[in-house]
Design a binder for this molecule. Structure first.
Ligand code: BGC
Length: 430
């Protein structure tokens, strides 16, 4: 959180690329003058619903006479975006700001790359309005380093309502009912589970299954505390069994499919359900569909008492340019403001990250979701999502992605998967 950005950062990153980086940053100085009065924002919000939500930020900035330079990097959960961000920074050319997830925000703060948001946070009473489990990631060593856009949660099922009606399916409350309803859809010639076979999506589904199988304490012990005894346990083996069972209901074209294309299968009535974070709701809303009428939202059966969350944080890169600094502070202020928190979530599918707002303007799924987040925060069952950067550092997350995806794409036995999971986490942490 200091100035003299390029040199400090390159040194701290420990890259022996200083001459290269300085040459690049000199080259970009000419470009920088043309970025006067605009912010460059790196993000991975490229689907229909995501782009609409991002547009709300662009519009709010325009109201303050701040211009917009979008730096989109497609790819769900930000895996590609984070690679681009790293290369921008190592070449001494950081954007004004970037969308990141929890552990990545901490990582950049630790590398001293970020501007402090303490003044804005103090004026906006951020300490009082954002929930504690989120503050642990949006603050570093007691200082605010990220402006939270929203709270997403990953333990949701999105369902096509007319298919449910046609097949006589009631909202399933237990895992067995859930599987039975998938079977009904399959038997009737539909795809049960709209599935995107990409590593982060495999693990998003997996974390749902772990929570449904073992409950909140087990989820925490295994995926947050990374306890080897929980990772390689009977409950984990059973979780893999449940995942295997679920995979019977996906279609054969799932490998590599983007999450929003899987959502479209539910929207178009080709598939019954998708298990996905509530950014999926942004796609339904973008297609003018109404929750409760055209589509249904419910917590993944067996996970009703807990919320696995993630939140997009806007981090601002340290700069000597006082105009850029001002615009960063303005952007943070907008993101944390009550009006923006509501508007953004209305497009994005999320709920506000602030806990002090009226839910009146939220749709029925978000109203329920907002209450659930609040009660989970009270009951200590608001737990970070592993697939979305709030349970473990990127090295562990990526190691888990590899194991889960090899399980999904092979016939690896469940007990072997549990054992490999524990081993992969061990080597990523040692
Ligand atoms: C982000 C969401 C995004 C989703 C799909 C998640 O990690 O938090 O904002 O919509 O990935 O890309």
């Amino acid at each position: 959180m200091h100035s003299n950005h390029n040199r400090t950062l390159v040194n701290r990153l420990g890259f022996a690329l200083l001459p290269f980086a300085l040459a690049l940053s000199t080259n970009t100085m000419a470009a920088d003058t043309s970025t006067d009065n605009q912010v460059e924002v790196l993000n991975w919000w490229t689907s229909g619903g995501e782009a609409k939500a991002l547009g709300a930020l662009k519009d709010s900035l325009a109201d303050q006479d701040i211009g917009w330079k979008n730096m989109p990097v497609a790819g769900g959960a930000g895996t590609n975006a984070m690679a681009v961000l790293r290369s921008r920074i190592t070449s001494g050319n950081p954007p004004t700001a970037a969308q990141v997830l929890g552990y990545d925000a901490q990582d950049w703060a630790e590398r001293d790359a970020l501007s402090s948001l303490d003044d804005v946070a103090k004026a906006g009473k951020w300490d009082e309005v954002f929930p504690q489990p989120l503050q642990e990631f949006a603050k570093y060593e007691g200082h605010w380093i990220g402006a939270p856009f929203e709270i997403h949660s990953t333990n949701w099922v999105w369902a096509n309502k007319s298919l449910m009606d046609e097949l006589g399916i009631e909202q399933p409350k237990t895992w067995d009912d859930f599987i039975a309803s998938l079977k009904k859809a399959k038997d009737a010639g539909y795809t049960g589970l709209a599935y995107g076979g990409q590593p982060w999506q495999d693990t998003t589904v997996f974390e749902n299954v772990v929570l449904a199988t073992g409950g909140a304490d087990f989820y925490r012990q295994a995926l947050i505390n990374l306890d080897p005894k929980a990772l390689d346990s009977d409950t984990m083996t059973q979780s893999f069994d449940h995942l295997r069972e679920l995979l019977k209901y996906k279609d054969d074209n799932s490998p590599g499919r983007d999450w929003n294309l899987a959502t479209a299968m539910v929207i178009n009535g080709k598939a019954l359900y998708q298990i996905m974070g509530d950014w999926a709701k942004g796609e339904f809303l973008n297609a003018n569909l109404e929750p409760g009428k055209d589509f249904m939202c419910f917590r993944t059966p067996g996970t009703q008492d807990a919320v696995t969350f993630n939140s997009d944080l806007m981090i601002m890169f340290d700069t000597d340019d006082s105009e850029q600094q001002k615009m960063q502070q303005t952007m943070a202020k907008i993101i944390g403001s009550p009006e923006f928190q509501i508007t953004f979530s209305q497009f994005k599918g999320s709920v506000p990250a602030r806990m002090d707002l009226s839910a009146d303007k939220l749709d029925v799924c978000a109203q329920r979701g907002y209450e659930q987040v609040k009660s989970a925060a009270k009951n200590h069952t608001l737990m970070g999502s592993l697939a979305h950067g709030y349970a473990a550092p990127a090295s562990v997350k990526n190691a888990v992605f590899d194991i889960i995806s090899s399980f999904v794409n092979s016939d690896m036995p469940s007990d072997v998967a549990a054992e490999q999971l524990a081993m992969a986490v061990k080597s990523a942490t040692s």
